[in-house]
Design a binder for this molecule. Structure first.
Ligand SMILES: [Zn+2]
Length: 315
């Protein structure tokens, strides 16, 4: 009896400790050229036509978005509560290499009754569905601005960043940071089934490689090799979080992903709260993004879920 109890207990613990964010297959891929902050040219403009698209408005817990243990939070008098957030995705149109999208907005299936969503009942109950206001889906946007998407980058694999994957044609390359699909967390026990459904059954993820041939750590990849689009490895919020630096026709753009969710977090240099897996690593990564931003006086910074400039009008 005791043996059986111990066996059950150990199976239980193993499941909890090793539940990856998805059971979808992933492969490691090496792309672009290794780069570093010092080698990024100072010119603010580049060849990419950049668009930021507001997919949805939502509300989230402020103490998930902002680290309330930071003394600046108390000094500013911030209180826990609901914070308005947005779900964005970003379009990267490169004149030579085609169209890429960072994060995925919302798929068309989320226009349907929530009972038909590819989301488990438990996840749906935690989603605060009545406050989710969808402005556009990937399908609707594609109908207005049709062009083949050559690849999708996920800043990370939390559900609010992968809700649109189903609207991209099967076989579209989906890039993540290293170890992101296998990232283990207690929470994933409850979301893995939903993550798998939201990604679609055949979706194979491509984990970008940030290790040099000599085993050294790489922080940035010049993805196209023409100094127009840099993928930045910013672990902390999740194991394989990514940020992006874009040299666009309208200036330099920094997409922080959820290394920083909010306007207040960016302006005060405060990391996210309970939504982040590793606070220390998140802080190191946020400092790296601050260093990058400091290099470009006219840079436009885009925190994961809010805008520094007035919010985009809903379409
Ligand atoms: Zn998010």
């Amino acid at each position: 009896m005791k043996m059986k109890y111990l066996l059950n207990l150990s199976i239980f613990l193993v499941m909890f400790q090793y539940c990856a964010v998805t059971s979808n297959q992933s492969v490691s891929v090496s792309k672009g050229t290794a780069s570093e902050l010092q080698s990024i040219p100072l010119a603010e403009k580049g060849p990419i036509v950049f668009k930021k698209i507001l997919a949805a408005d939502w509300l989230a817990d402020r103490d998930g978005l902002i680290n309330f243990k930071d003394p600046k939070v108390k000094a500013a008098g911030l209180q826990p509560g609901k914070e308005p957030i947005q779900i964005y995705y970003y379009v990267i149109d490169h004149p030579k290499f085609g169209r890429f999208v960072v994060d995925t907005g919302m798929a068309d299936v989320f226009r349907k009754d929530p009972k038909e969503w590819p989301v488990s009942g438990l996840v749906a109950s935690q989603m605060n569905i009545p406050d989710l206001k969808i402005h556009t889906t990937i399908k609707e946007w594609n109908a207005k601005d049709p062009k083949k998407t050559d690849g999708v980058f996920l800043t990370h694999m939390h559900l609010d960043h992968i809700f649109g994957v189903l609207d991209f044609p099967a076989g579209t390359p989906i890039y993540t940071g290293p170890n992101e699909p296998g990232d283990s967390r207690f929470l994933h026990m409850f979301v893995q089934g939903t993550t798998d459904k939201v990604l679609g059954p055949g979706t194979i993820l491509s984990e970008l490689n940030f290790t040099g041939k000599d085993g050294s750590k790489i922080n940035m990849i010049d993805f196209f090799g023409d100094q127009s689009f840099y993928v930045i490895y910013v672990p902390g919020h999740t194991a394989g979080s990514l940020a992006f630096l874009v040299k666009s026709t309208t200036g330099t753009q920094l997409l922080t992903g959820d290394t920083c969710h909010t306007k207040w977090g960016w302006e005060n240099g405060v990391t996210p709260g309970g939504f982040t897996k590793d606070q220390e690593a998140n802080e190191v990564s946020l400092n790296l993004l601050k260093q990058i931003a400091a290099k470009f006086p006219k840079i436009q910074v885009h925190p994961g879920h809010q805008s520094l400039t007035p919010a985009l009008p809903a379409k």
